[in-house]
Design a protein around this ligand. Sequence first.
Ligand SMILES: Cc1cc2nc3c(=O)[nH]c(=O)nc-3n(C[C@H](O)[C@H](O)[C@H](O)COP(=O)(O)OP(=O)(O)OC[C@H]3O[C@@H](n4cnc5c(N)ncnc54)[C@H](O)[C@@H]3O)c2cc1C
Ligand SMILES: NC(=O)c1ccc[n+]([C@@H]2O[C@H](COP(=O)([O-])OP(=O)(O)OC[C@H]3O[C@@H](n4cnc5c(N)ncnc54)[C@H](OP(=O)(O)O)[C@@H]3O)[C@@H](O)[C@H]2O)c1
Ligand SMILES: Cc1cc2nc3c(=O)[nH]c(=O)nc-3n(C[C@H](O)[C@H](O)[C@H](O)COP(=O)(O)O)c2cc1C
Length: 744
Amino acid sequence: MPCEKQPRFLILYGSQKGQAQSIAEGIADEAAEHGLVAEISCLSRHEEYRLERESAPVVFIVSTTGDGEPPDTTLKFVKTIRAKTLPSDFLKNLQYTLLALGDTNYANFCNCGKTIDKRLQELGANHFYATGHADDGTGLEVVLDPWIEGVWDAIKAALSKMSSSSHPPLKETLSDMTKENPAPTSPPHVELNRLSLADNKTQDSIKAPFDSDSKLTLGGLPSTEVTGLSSESDVAAAKSAQEAQTDQVREECVVAEPSLTYSLPPLSQSSLNVPALPPPYLEVTLLLEDKAEKFNSSLHTETFYEVPVTNAVQMTRGDSVKKALLLELDISAHPTMTYMPGDSFDVLCPNRASEVDAVLLRLGLQDQKHQRVQLAVRRDTQKRGAQTPPHVPDNCTVQYLLTWCLEIRSVPKKAFLRALVDCAGDSGQKRRLQELCSKQGSADYNRFIRDSSLCLPELLTEFSSCTPPLSLLIEHLPKLQPRPYSAASSTLRHPGRLRFIFTVVELPACPGRPEGRRGLCSGWLADLVAPVLVCPGTDESSCGQAQLPQIHVRMRPSGTFHAPTDPTAPLIMVGPGTGLAPFLGFLQQREIERRDSPEVAFGETWLFFGCRHKDGDYLFREELEGFVSSGTLTHLKLCFSRDAAAAAAAGGEEAAVPAVSQPPPACPRYVQHNLRLHSQRVSRLLLRHDARLYVCGDARNMAKDVNDTLMEMVRAELQLDQLGAMKTLAALREEKRYLQDIWG
Ligand SMILES: Cc1cc2nc3c(=O)[nH]c(=O)nc-3n(C[C@H](O)[C@H](O)[C@H](O)COP(=O)(O)OP(=O)(O)OC[C@H]3O[C@@H](n4cnc5c(N)ncnc54)[C@H](O)[C@@H]3O)c2cc1C
Ligand SMILES: NC(=O)c1ccc[n+]([C@@H]2O[C@H](COP(=O)([O-])OP(=O)(O)OC[C@H]3O[C@@H](n4cnc5c(N)ncnc54)[C@H](OP(=O)(O)O)[C@@H]3O)[C@@H](O)[C@H]2O)c1
Ligand SMILES: Cc1cc2nc3c(=O)[nH]c(=O)nc-3n(C[C@H](O)[C@H](O)[C@H](O)COP(=O)(O)O)c2cc1C
């Protein structure tokens, strides 16, 4: 409920995988420290807000998903504000700011945030603070941290402006607040990397074990001042942190490199600004099985179908850089499970049993792992709008919770590290956790946690004194997400079957991870099918007796990534590696359509495929060559990036990928080099013959480079400048003639 004294503002978020939601919740949690009341709602809960009548400032936090699309929960909101019938002054009273989350590896950076922002402006709404565009590709916090730091004064200034019609107590409170934090006189502006740490009253400030300007000598260490710690035990811990730091310094004489658990000056000597402790809000009760209601795990998986894996084939040679597997699922028992080539589907996967056991051990819950979990919101919590997480089913066991509900492999956020500080017994470890979640330790956080995709089990191994309660894990770990995979078949060719291909992701060893590990779902699938796996050169019948494994899946239809409805339209497909998947479905479907409709003049089809070695990971070679022989595939353009000729043409291992403006190498290394070799024909098909161009596979490098190449091709073909070429590609996207299904 809004309170009389403390002015309120509204936070609305749209999130696909939880980051925007968790940022929104973080801001809501911090509001009280700024003397504000935050109301928070998901954009999908339309009944909870009325923008045209909103009298408080509104903060939007929205991510982008798919190919520049809004999160599922935000689709309806975007549709509503886009209605052409809305007058241009519909939101004239709305004062808002917006934080867009995106990733510059995707072509439509922050498209959802930009779309909402533009439309709100068209409807007469006004910014009270500049929009932020945070890039998950380089680290959200680069924009996020200063944006949040500046938002508080901006909210207060907006409230002050809007309060002219408010009643006196509110005015007084606001005027007090703005005296303390004067309103920005010029339009608010987010200045990146120019933080005034001293001004930040929202965070705990922890001084360094050593004054930053003192000399480090092993004998006479300068005294330590600790501020911002709330209890005696904190102070005691900080003091012994100093002692631990002394030991650390001694060690640092030998160890010159920082690591996950050790820091070096200047960080180890810095005063730290750590985030405020997120208010705990959950109470966990464990019940003996006979005292609790029966838990029906099928309720939790009700939207998924359990289907048998009827075939599992290793598609790559044993010595390949990456292992790719083909799995075939029997979906014939579920007639509602239909799909079209281009669709993907979700696979439900559990956390690794060994990691669940390790977490149980650390939490001291091994003996209680079969007990039932009951959750309630703490009566005394200061977290506004606290709710029990919907992804934790009632009465599930502790083991089920850690196995199927929480993403224990997620990269711990700074707020989680902050909460873990208080669970660490060792003062040196406490200090290091503080550093990792502090502003001053951002580079270390990025290096040792974010960039290495470090996860909770790995962190707990390194921080051996840290024993968090179960409630903290439930509060901070996101929902375990199913993993999507593209269908690699057409039901016309494989009735009742759904095929897919995937690479087994390998994460390398790093500080904090002494040995590499495999991706959660791809590693689990690989283990699951190992007894029935057909490897190159092995006898298929040798696996005949093994029991077929079952997995849980649900379909995930694509809005746009489907073969053209007009069969005469030329079709250009770019799909290196497992990015080939949807195009196998496209081609299987087209082959049957050609057979059934001989009178139709089908458009020409091009496939650009690339892999590392012709004899190692050329996926579906026979099937692709068969499509060429039958005329279904008019042009198959191949490249093998690590075969001698391509490697030599690219200048060997040392050479960078050739710039787009250079002439194409005679022996193409990557799909985009092959596109450039056929630039004129492909450009003409695209620009003059209504072709559709599809790209699938890795978002991080390939899709970007292909996009750059297409830009060059469009420039050359239409004699345009860079901006003109960009606009042309944007128009092709808008017309759904240039489509991407990418990930990475
Ligand atoms: C619409 C859609 C369709 C997809 N279709 C396919 C498909 O057909 N085939 C397929 O193999 N994958 C596909 N993916 C990716 C797939 O969903 C999983 O993300 C992938 O299998 C990794 O999951 P995991 O649980 O094994 O790894 P996780 O445990 O989730 O770990 C992945 C971590 O590894 C890191 N990483 C480093 N390199 C890679 C890399 N090359 N690939 C993935 N992660 C990497 C990531 O940063 C991430 O932190 C698709 C993704 C989407 C969104
Ligand atoms: N719908 C989807 O979103 C979808 C569907 C399928 C797959 N995927 C994802 O796509 C990725 C495919 O991985 P993969 O292992 O099969 O193949 P990959 O790692 O992408 O490698 C395939 C080929 O691409 C080359 N390559 C590397 N950098 C490139 C660049 N900048 N431009 C063009 N080509 C480049 C590789 O060469 P070198 O290694 O020699 O450099 C290799 O020859 C996975 O991450 C998978 O999860 C997504
Ligand atoms: C499958 C997928 C597709 C994405 N597509 C885009 C995109 O088109 N444009 C963009 O800027 N960011 C894109 N992103 C990046 C997300 O917007 C970014 O990671 C964001 O932080 C996710 O926030 P969320 O967890 O709240 O959804 C995509 C991410 C994924 C996993």
